[in-house]
Design a protein around this ligand. Sequence first.
Ligand code: ADP
Length: 220
Amino acid sequence: MKQNYAIIGLGRFGGSICQTLVESGQEVLAIDKSEDRANAYMDIATHVVVGNAQDEMTLRSLGIRNFDQVIIAIGEDIQASILVTLMVKEMGVPNILAKANNGYHARVLEKIGADKVVHPERDMGIRIAHKMVSSNILDSIELSDEYSLAEIRVKNKKFFNKTLLEMDFRRRFGLTIVAVRRRNGDVIASPPAEEVVRENDHLLVIGNVEEVDQLDAKLN
Ligand code: ADP
């Protein structure tokens, strides 16, 4: 679905979001107070504006309130990030994603109404550490606040050579298996209940965020 995005701040975080959204065919308005940063995105973003987002008139003249989603990717300047988030919220933007630099900053952004707050360094650290210690979960992504998708390699022998029906993931773990990937790369999407799971198979499961988080401990 095509949406209108505005990105405020074109550092590493805002810049990579901008590039990826444009590559996915989305319309992106990119704003940065630094002329150099803005120039770097001239040929990438749909529209680029040099301007200080702390200036309410600038935000109004750009019609920020008409955007489906605004991403506030201001880096170090926490005061600017908070003020801009507040103004964008007051303008009635339905979806605001803001980047936080630390836990306190994140709490303030949530309180003033950011719909999603990300803390990239911390989130990535958690993800990498989880991958290091987790023996069954190879990767996972949060699809929303409620649902996660995870790729798992079942190591417990009691699951080998069982059908999906016998494994009964839905009742046992509250998860649905949406695909099985064989060692040779074959993928069985929407596998039937009688599909047999072998050693070294990868399972793609979808379910509640908490259920996915607890899955590793339950599988061992
Ligand atoms: P990152 O960690 O994502 O690289 P940076 O601090 O390098 O973060 O980048 C933040 C960007 O936000 C910078 O390009 C900076 O010019 C921009 N920025 C900061 N304050 C404002 C503001 N008030 N209005 C517009 N852009 C801003």
